[in-house]
Design a protein around this ligand. Sequence first.
Ligand SMILES: Cc1cc2nc3c(=O)[nH]c(=O)nc-3n(C[C@H](O)[C@H](O)[C@H](O)COP(=O)(O)O)c2cc1C
Length: 271
Amino acid sequence: MLKVVIFYFSGTGNTWWVSQQLAQAFRAKKAEVSVISIERVTPNEADLQIVDADLIGFGYPIYGSDLPQIMKDFIGHLSKVQAQPTFVYCTQWLWSGDGARVGASFLEPQGFKIKWGTHFLMPNNVCLPIPLLPFTNDKERMQGQLRRASRRVNQFVNAMIRGKQVRKGFNYFAQILGAFQRVPFRKGFAAMRDSISFDDIRCTRCKLCVQYCPVSNIEVEDGTLLTKGNCILCLRCYNFCPVSAVTFQGKKHNHKKGEPFRGPVEGFRPN
Ligand SMILES: Cc1cc2nc3c(=O)[nH]c(=O)nc-3n(C[C@H](O)[C@H](O)[C@H](O)COP(=O)(O)O)c2cc1C
């Protein structure tokens, strides 16, 4: 029986959803699948799962045509492997150019043999108060996106089972287009890591943000919420704050843009 292990990071639920769909599609092909959030496993524990698997998957949301820092760190701490067959996928709202290839570029030096890579279009999770940035929380539209993503998941799994190569965005053209977004994103990343703060009036001190932050960037000191400057921009605290007290670059959420994106399915909770 084919043994598959999937490691994923998901800030606000899209990549979690796609990872579950992938697992379902593999199980329908009689494979044994483990789906593991990288927030819940140490690299050493992951190493043990990896040596035991026939096929390994890595999934993440794309940020400015780049990998989330938490995924880069996780991959960097894995032990080197010997050419193990691996697939990579990213979720994106619109476009990343070479979103899967950029993941491959971190995995290949660790010995992973990337045979398949693809992108899944999912709802936009960026609902920041940035002028001209389009955002919609239209549930009907979301349902259509999920149906299309689900079909693509099945096609991707079928291709992998049949041994047919899929390497979306691995060509030079996609790489150049991706770099147009990635280079400025990487340049600005250090400065953006300190963009979150809190509206003292709205904040109820429920500490959900502290609990949800995947990199422990938020802490409470003498009843005040503070950040440590190591935000990875996943937007979980911003989107899931029940009273929208989390601000981005000092700006409050603009409710005219709609409620923040809180996962692809009703009632989704990051933990
Ligand atoms: C900081 C940041 C940068 C993003 N950059 C892109 C991008 O370059 N292209 C794109 O199509 N979507 C981009 N997105 C949207 C997300 O990749 C997309 O909504 C993803 O599915 C979210 O996954 P998650 O819910 O698993 O966190 C970005 C989101 C964030 C938070």
